[in-house]
Design a protein around this ligand. Structure first.
Ligand code: DMJ
Length: 453
């Protein structure tokens, strides 16, 4: 699958950000401004892990000659960080090639002006040439987004380590300081925070879009620090407790789901993005306070089951973007604009974590069902495409092969069917784009054929 996705990109869209697999041409979203090659950088570590070294070398050659951050264009700080900085860091730690360290630090430095706000909470958007930032025009009261400013921590800690420049780490530690000074409604973190006033915007809370990877990075910051970052640990387990109390519910049919919270009212909807939480809760269960390990493993397994149901209840056996638990339905999308599937990884990601922690064969069976569905309904001659309606009996292609399909979906599938000592969790944490970063950032050295700690 990786070979087909990569060869198709190489043949039809080399150097573009993404591939249009049906029309067989390049595709670029405005998330990356004029930066090019998102698929190449996002796929580097997957190629390496799958031992596709010829392809990895071609990608390295492209990065050396063509990857250029001197662009007069606005980028998404979050997307560029998780895909480009994260991808370059992993490529460096896996291969030891200096070019990746240099490019990661160069790009990190270009992102620093985003933090020039009265609170130090970064802007969502940044012009890489002028250093002028702003927020998404649609965000409540000019706010920055929790899942965006809260998903820089892992990469920025490594940037400080690799550059000997403490500024990166200071910037992300300050974000925590701002958050810890604020009152949290019911212990929850609203998705919107104004970077000028340091006050929350609308009280919307989500473990899916706009919130998701903030929670993931609290847990992983603690794990990546070799369990020395007590602040990250506390923030994660406190937040998870508030989520359990206020957002987690069980349907009458017995499916556990995580709803969205709007000023105290629940919207009984769960996004595909939220399905990553099964893996996150499993990953954190071992360190859970007050004998909650078993309870959290059960929650993780229940979320995995619910997300599997969201796939099983469709015609194509692929999950919708969001599914509901109201109006007489369970784990089914009811709105036309929530029926699409864009090759997202979160459900397979959760299967992979659950497999590693339980070795229950059902997780590999569910992963294999997803492989077959991808092969039957998303594979086209020119790569893999998302589909517009998972309930329609034949696929209507969206004609985009997302870069995260190569970075995440295919990597998590590969790891689901690999031995546990392949990137073991004691030594590696995955950033939110599935780029592995070594644990123990205090002293990274070269070990076996990989840079680790
Ligand atoms: C990826 O870019 C990351 O996983 C992010 O955290 C959420 N969205 C996509 C995949 O769905």
């Amino acid at each position: 699958m990786m070979k087909h996705a990569w060869d198709s990109y190489r043949r039809y869209a080399w150097g573009s950000n993404e591939l249009r697999p049906v029309s067989k041409q390049g595709h670029s979203s405005n998330l990356f401004g004029d930066i090019k090659g998102a698929t190449i950088v996002d796929a580097l570590d997957t190629l390496y892990i799958m031992e596709m070294f010829e392809e990895f070398d071609a990608a390295t050659d492209w990065v050396e000659k063509n990857l250029d951050f001197n662009v007069n264009a606005e980028i998404s700080v979050f997307e560029v960080n998780i895909r480009f900085v994260g991808g370059l860091l992993s490529a460096y730690y896996l291969s030891g090639k200096e070019v990746y360290r240099r490019k990661a630090v160069e790009l990190g430095e270009k992102l620093l002006p985003a933090f020039k706000t009265p609170t130090g909470i970064p802007w969502a958007l940044l012009n890489l040439k002028s250093g002028i930032g702003r927020n998404w025009p649609w965000a409540s009261g000019g706010s920055s987004i929790l899942a965006e400013y809260g998903t820089l921590h892992l990469e920025f800690m490594h940037l400080s380590k690799l550059s000997n420049n403490p500024e990166f780490a200071q910037k992300v530690m300050n974000i925590r300081k701002v958050l810890n000074r604020l009152d949290k409604p019911q212990g929850l973190y609203p998705n919107y925070l104004n970077p000028n006033s340091g006050q929350w915007g609308q009280h919307h809370v989500s473990v899916g879009g706009l919130g998701d990877s903030f929670y993931e990075y609290l847990l992983k910051a603690w794990l990546m620090s070799d369990k020395t970052d007590e602040e990250g640990k506390k923030m994660y387990y406190d937040a998870l407790q508030a989520i359990e109390t206020n957002l987690m519910r069980k349907s009458s049919g017995g499916l556990t789901y995580i709803a969205e919270w709007k000023g105290g009212l629940l919207e009984h909807k769960m996004g595909h993005l939220t399905c990553f939480a099964g893996g996150m809760i499993a990953l954190g269960a071992d360190g859970a306070p007050s004998d909650k390990t078993g309870h959290q493993m059960e929650q993780a397994a229940e979320i995995a089951r619910t997300c599997h149901e969201s796939y099983a209840r469709t015609a194509l056996k692929l999950g919708p973007e969001a599914f509901r638990f109201d109006g007489g339905v369970e784990a089914i999308a009811t709105r036309q604009n929530e029926k699409y599937f864009i090759l997202r990884p979160e459900v397979i990601e959760t299967y992979m974590y659950m497999w590693r922690f339980t070795h229950d064969p059902k997780y590999r069976e569910w992963g294999w069902e997803a492989v077959q569905a991808l092969e039957n309904h998303c594979k086209v001659e020119g790569g893999y495409s998302g589909v517009r309606d998972v309930y329609a009996s034949t696929p209507n292609y969206d004609d985009v092969q997302q870069s995260f399909y190569l970075a995440e979906t295919l990597k998590y599938l590969f790891l689901l069917f690999s031995e546990d000592d392949h990137l073991p969790f004691e030594h590696w944490v995955f950033n939110t784009e599935a780029h592995p970063l070594p644990v123990c950032i205090h002293s990274c050295g070269r070990h076996a054929n990989m840079l680790t700690c």
